[in-house]
Design a protein around this ligand. Structure first.
Ligand SMILES: Cc1cc2nc3c(=O)[nH]c(=O)nc-3n(C[C@H](O)[C@H](O)[C@H](O)COP(=O)(O)OP(=O)(O)OC[C@H]3O[C@@H](n4cnc5c(N)ncnc54)[C@H](O)[C@@H]3O)c2cc1C
Length: 404
């Protein structure tokens, strides 16, 4: 079913389609399946393709057209696309089989948080560096004993002149190996109540007394790492939102992390669904009623994601802030994908238990879905935490653990 977003949106779609057709380097779309993004660990095939000169040229052209961070306001180097326009742009990239360029956590999470809480001087300094990829960020929120309980972080920073000196440990840091900056939540007032003594700091990641080590996952990839801060330094200028006011900024960041791309997330699952149908055919089970039931379940879930995305888009288009749908969406796609991985593993049968030949610990794409989708129900807030948020903030139920 096609959804009519009106003549203005249709014109915009046509202009983007033409721009893409005129600017995508020949051969980029067929280099790899860009619509299959890695869930954790990135997709090794795509990572290789990103090193191609075609990709570099694509990135250069997008940048020249202000289409990196296209939804950022023009004054910050974006193209000022509305939520609807941005969704259309993303759909058109997906339709053309082309990559959406994002280098780290700056574009979707740190940048918007600086726009919301940074000073004009911080915006002027940090935002262009994200667009140019001079600064590529990773996210240093979690600690060994503080994941869900984020406000309990123990990494501390003390003032030394006009710098903060940071000690502590962060963990589960995705794509740390690409980053030259890490944004952290750290304790700057140990005597304040736990949410109030925190600061949100942009810390130079390299040559700054930070020891970073890879952590290997069950998929065989070592996509995330742990970092030991032993006197790392960051200028006070790098504190966003003011000292001891980091919790508010962190909540903005998490809102963008959980709600980001809500209107276009279904694109990836739609493609994945048809791949699953293909798998059912390949193993000769496409007429099996139980398998058909599972496929129908998966298809209807993808459509629910699509319509939920449109609802979120309508909300944004009418100028409203993202609501608790950030949590419902995150809960829905992550639980869906985990179940989908189980369906795929069932279709694979015994083959699913054998890893492909090769060095290291190679796994097939469906094994990756089965294993890595488990992580989706943990990162960006676990499913239990999302349910708590929905219960307390959306449905107004009593807080978890409260007596009545
Ligand atoms: C693939 C992946 C990538 C990640 N990338 C990053 C990253 O880049 N940066 C970063 O900072 N972190 C990252 N994380 C860490 C992630 O944010 C944490 O793992 C997550 O917040 C959970 O914290 P935890 O692991 O400490 O588990 P815990 O908080 O110890 O939770 C353990 C279990 O207890 C449950 N639980 C905890 N509290 C409650 C409660 N109040 N009510 C009900 N149940 C509860 C949880 O749901 C979970 O099942 C990543 C994690 C994964 C898996």
């Amino acid at each position: 079913m096609d959804i009519d977003l009106g003549p203005e949106a249709a014109r915009f779609r046509q202009s983007m389609r033409e721009w893409i057709a005129g600017n995508a380097p020949d051969g980029l779309a067929t280099l790899t399946d860009w619509n299959v993004t890695g869930m954790t660990g990135g997709n090794p095939v795509n990572a290789e393709a990103e090193r191609s000169p075609l990709y570099a040229e694509w990135e250069r052209r997008l940048r020249a057209a202000n289409l990196i961070c296209a939804w950022w306001p023009e004054k910050f180097g974006g193209r000022g696309l509305t939520p609807v326009q941005h969704a259309i742009f993303t759909e058109e990239l997906s339709r053309a089989g082309l990559p959406y360029v994002r280098r780290g956590f700056g574009e979707a999470m740190v940048g918007p948080s600086i726009m919301a809480h940074g000073t004009p001087e911080q915006q002027e300094y940090f935002l262009p560096r994200i667009i140019s990829a001079e600064d590529v960020y990773c996210q240093g929120f979690s600690e060994p004993n503080h994941g869900s309980d984020l406000a309990g972080v123990q990494t501390k920073a003390v003032l030394d002149g006009d710098e903060l000196v940071i000690t502590g440990q962060k963990v589960w840091t995705s794509a740390w190996y690409r980053a030259n900056m890490i944004f952290i939540l750290c304790r700057t007032d140990p005597d304040a109540p736990k949410h109030r003594g925190l600061s949100y700091v942009l810390v130079p990641f390299l040559d700054n007394n930070i020891l970073a080590r890879p952590l290997k996952q069950m998929t065989g990839a070592a996509e995330f790492g742990e970092e030991f801060f032993d006197g790392a330094r960051a200028p006070l200028f790098n504190v966003i939102g003011g000292l001891n006011n980091g919790w508010r900024v962190a909540m903005t960041t998490l809102g963008f992390e959980r709600g980001g791309g809500v209107s276009t997330a279904y694109l990836r699952y739609e493609k994945q669904f048809w791949d699953l149908v293909e798998l059912a055919r390949k193993v000769g089970r496409e007429r099996d009623p139980v398998v058909r039931q599972e496929l129908a379940w998966a298809y209807s879930h993808v459509q629910i994601m699509r319509f939920t995305g449109l609802r979120a888009l309508a909300r944004l288009a009418s100028g409203q802030e993202p609501g608790p749908e950030a949590s419902t969406t995150k809960l829905f796609w992550s639980e869906y994908e985990r179940r989908l991985g189980e369906i795929a593993a069932d279709l694979l049968g015994a083959e699913g238990m054998i890893r492909p030949a090769g060095d290291g610990y190679p796994i097939s794409p469906w094994q990756e879905v089965f294993l890595a989708s488990r992580a989706g129900t943990i990162y960006s807030g676990t499913s239990e935490i999302q349910r708590n948020i929905i219960a307390e903030r959306a449905l107004g139920l009593p807080r978890a653990g409260s007596a009545s």
